[in-house]
Design a protein around this ligand. Structure first.
Ligand SMILES: Cc1ncc(COP(=O)(O)O)c(C=O)c1O
Length: 431
C-alpha cells in the first residue's frame, strides 16, 4: 500500500500553513513516536480516549514522591504541597473548567464510582417516579451502573431504566425528542443521566435545555461529562445542573485511570435530608482528627468524599488543570472548532467517493472536538492499519465506528490532514 500523499495536491502545504498561523500548545506534551508511515511523530487523534502526557507531569509527580521520601508521614502537614489538604489544590481549577463554584466541586475516585456515590444521593425512587433515563448509546459502564442502582432499590432494571433512541435512520438524539419524552413521561422519571458529549457519536447534548426540562418535570438531572470536560465550555452552576461527574484521562490529560471530578449544585450541598455514603474524608476537615463518633459533613461537595485521596494520582490532575487555566477554555474551544471544521472538510473529500459516513452532527455547536465515522468495514482492523502503515492513532468502537478527535491543546492541522490522507489511501473508492 502506497503511503504517498493521497488527498488533494497542495493539501499538506495548506495544513502546514494553517499550523504556522494557528498553533496550539503541542510543545507542552509528549507526542508518541510513529510506528509506521513517513513522519517521526504519531498523528495522535485519540485524546477523546486517552489524552497525551504533559511534559510537566513527570517533574510534578517526582516532587510529590520526593516529599514522601524526605518527609515520611510529616508530608501530611509539611513540604511545599502538604497532603492533608491536597484535593483543595485542585478544586478551584476544576470548578473553573466546568463553570462551577468551588464549594460545588471536588476531585475524587473514578468516574463510575462517583456516579454511584452521587446516585446514592440523587436517585431516590418513590412510587411511580422511579425511572432512570439514559441514552441508548450511553457508555456501557453508565448502563450497568444505573441498572445496578435500580436493582439496589428492589426495582426491575428492564422496567426502571429507559434508553432513549435516535429516530429510525438517524444516528444522534434530537433534543426535541428528549424534551418531548420528559414532557410526556416526566412524572415517572426520578433521574435523567445523560452523557454531555456522547462517547460514540460525539454529539454535544443541549445540557441547559434538557436540564431545564428534566427539573421542570420534577426529576433530578445529572450529567456524565467524561467526553465534555476539557472539550467544550460548561456552565454547570448557571445551567442549574443537579450533579455531574467526569474523568480526567481523556481531554484532561491526567493519565490512564486518572481521578474523576464531581459537581453538586450549591442548592444541594449542606442539605441534611440527602442520603450519602460517608467516611472520614466526608467530615469537616477542621475536626477530622477530633476522632468524633459522628461525622460533621461540610456544606460543600467535599462531603461526598469518602476516603483520604491518593496523592500520587492527584498530582497529574493538578498539573493538567493548571494547563487549562493558562490556555483558557474559550480560546481552546475556538481553536477546536477551527481544527474539527478543517478535519470535517478534508473528510468530506474522502467520504464523497468512499463508503464512509460522518455520524457526528454537522452543526459545530452540537459537537465537541470528535468526529465519528461509520466505516462500513472492521473499524478495529482499519485503526490498526492507520497506525502501522501511516502512524495515525484514531480509535475504533466495535463494529464499524472510527473516532478521531483533534484536541486543541496539542493536535495539528497536519495531524488532521494525515488522517484524511491515510483514509483515502486505505479505503477504496466506490466510484
Ligand atoms: C462516557 C463514559 N462514562 C463512563 C466511563 C467509565 O469510566 P471509569 O472507568 O473511569 O469509571 C467512560 C470511560 O471511558 C466513558 O467514556
Amino acid at each position: 500500500m502506497s503511503t504517498d500523499p493521497q488527498v488533494s495536491g497542495d493539501g499538506e502545504a495548506e495544513a502546514r500553513r494553517l499550523d504556522a498561523a494557528d498553533p496550539g500548545h503541542r510543545e507542552l506534551f509528549h507526542v508518541p513516536p510513529a510506528t509506521g508511515g513517513r513522519y517521526a511523530e504519531t498523528a495522535y487523534l485519540a485524546g477523546n480516549s486517552l489524552g497525551l502526557q504533559p511534559r510537566a507531569t513527570r517533574a510534578d509527580l517526582l516532587a510529590d514522591l520526593d516529599a514522601w521520601a524526605t518527609l515520611g508521614v510529616e508530608g501530611h502537614l509539611e513540604g511545599t504541597r502538604p497532603w492533608l489538604p491536597y484535593h483543595e489544590y485542585l478544586t478551584g481549577a476544576a470548578a473553573r473548567l466546568v463553570g462551577a463554584l468551588p464549594e460545588e466541586t471536588v476531585v475524587m475516585n473514578s468516574l463510575t464510582v462517583d456516579l454511584h456515590l452521587l446516585m446514592v444521593s440523587f436517585y431516590r425512587p418513590g412510587g411511580a417516579r422511579h425511572r432512570i433515563v439514559i441514552e441508548d448509546s450511553a457508555f456501557p459502564s453508565d448502563g450497568y451502573a444505573v441498572r445496578s442502582q435500580a436493582r439496589f432499590h428492589g426495582l426491575d432494571p428492564d422496567e426502571a431504566v429507559v434508553r432513549l433512541r435516535p429516530r429510525d435512520g438517524e444516528d444522534t438524539l434530537r433534543t426535541e425528542d428528549v424534551l418531548a419524552y420528559l414532557e410526556r413521561e416526566g412524572d415517572r422519571v426520578a433521574l435523567v443521566l445523560l452523557g454531555g458529549v456522547n462517547y460514540l457519536t460525539g454529539e454535544l447534548m443541549d445540557i441547559p435545555a434538557i436540564t431545564r426540562a428534566g427539573r421542570a418535570a420534577g426529576a433530578v438531572v445529572g450529567w456524565d461529562l467524561a467526553h465534555a470536560a476539557g472539550n467544550v465550555p460548561l456552565a454547570l452552576h448557571d445551567w442549574d445542573v443537579d450533579f455531574a461527574a467526569w474523568c480526567s484521562y481523556k481531554y484532561l490529560n491526567a493519565g490512564p485511570g486518572a481521578l474523576a471530578g464531581v459537581f453538586v449544585h450549591r442548592r444541594h450541598v449542606g442539605d441534611p435530608s440527602l442520603q450519602r455514603f460517608e467516611g472520614w474524608w466526608s467530615t469537616d476537615a477542621a475536626t477530622r482528627f477530633a476522632m468524633a463518633p459522628v461525622s460533621r459533613p461540610p456544606a460543600s461537595a467535599d462531603a461526598w468524599q469518602v476516603s483520604n485521596p491518593p496523592i500520587l494520582a492527584m498530582g497529574p490532575v493538578r498539573t493538567s488543570l493548571e494547563i487549562f487555566d493558562r490556555a483558557g477554555m474559550t480560546a481552546l474551544r475556538a481553536r477546536s472548532m477551527r481544527l474539527t471544521g478543517y478535519l470535517e472538510r478534508l473528510l468530506g473529500d474522502v467520504t464523497a467517493t468512499r463508503p464512509l459516513t460522518v455520524i457526528t452532527p454537522r452543526d459545530p455547536e452540537r459537537r465537541g472536538a470528535q468526529l465519528s465515522l461509520r466505516v462500513g468495514l472492521d473499524a478495529g482492523e482499519l485503526a490498526k492499519r492507520l497506525r502501522h502503515e501511516y502512524g495515525v492513532i484514531a480509535d475504533a468502537r466495535e463494529p464499524d465506528v472510527l473516532r478521531a478527535a483533534p484536541v486543541p491543546l496539542y493536535s495539528t492541522y497536519h495531524d488532521c490532514w494525515r488522517l484524511a490522507d491515510a483514509l483515502a489511501g486505505l479505503v477504496e473508492e466506490t466510484r
